[in-house]
Design a protein around this ligand. Structure first.
Ligand code: S3P
Length: 201
């Protein structure tokens, strides 16, 4: 066989799914669940890269998620979301260890959940009573921290949560976040998956 000069490809691992699952974890759940703040806290705790899928979408599309939703509509936003996730899943097979926070609608799209499942990465559904999620979103809105075009009124919020909940429950684990801060939830997630042993991998 002819030797290739200079370039060495990494050997293909037999069980990529198993390997990736040890080096990544996805946080899913509704708006206001704390996916980004818990993800950041967990990333810092473990020395793993934190990735916010919405930020990936914004970089890829050159627009904020809010602009995308308002000007191009939800269908186009979901398409961009799927594409950004597909790219990220490819990166996961060879990149550094990651904590990923998905946007509130990402995991309930069948194709996205199937893609994540296919590489064996654990998923955690961060949950809280809807009234608390609504309260957190209202607080973030009044502080101009997050612009969420899908946040219209309390009734619509409840309806969307109810419709999505069965999808979120397909995650590997549901974690109650009511009344807890991001660091406490991150510590619980780390304990649940014995992640502190994998600090800085
Ligand atoms: C969405 C949630 C948002 C963002 C977009 C759509 C949703 O992310 O992806 O506005 O469909 O629930 P957060 O859950 O981080 O707010």
């Amino acid at each position: 066989m002819q030797k290739r000069s200079g370039v060495r490809r990494p050997k293909k691992k037999r069980s990529q799914a198993g390997d990736v699952s040890l080096r990544a974890l996805f946080l899913v759940g509704f708006m206001g669940a704390g996916k980004s703040s818990v993800g950041r806290a967990l990333g810092e705790r473990l020395g793993w890269t934190f990735v916010d899928l919405d930020e990936r979408i914004e970089r890829r599309e050159g627009r904020t998620v809010a602009e995308l939703l308002r000007t191009s509509g939800e269908q186009k936003f979901r398409r961009a979301e799927r594409a950004a996730l597909r790219e990220l899943l490819k990166e996961l097979q060879s990149g550094s260890a990651m904590i990923v926070a998905l946007g509130g609608g990402a995991f309930v799209q069948k194709e996205n959940a199937a893609g994540i499942k296919s590489i064996g990465v654990p998923t955690v559904f961060l949950d809280a009573p809807v009234a608390e999620l609504w309260g957190r979103c209202q607080q973030q809105k009044s502080r101009k921290q997050v612009d969420r075009p899908l946040l219209i009124d309390a009734q619509g919020f409840q309806g969307l949560y109810d419709a999505r909940r069965p999808g979120y429950l397909k995650a590997s684990l549901r974690m109650e976040t009511s009344g807890k801060d991001a660091a406490a939830v991150a510590a619980e997630v780390a304990r649940a998956f014995d992640l502190d042993r994998r600090k800085g991998v």
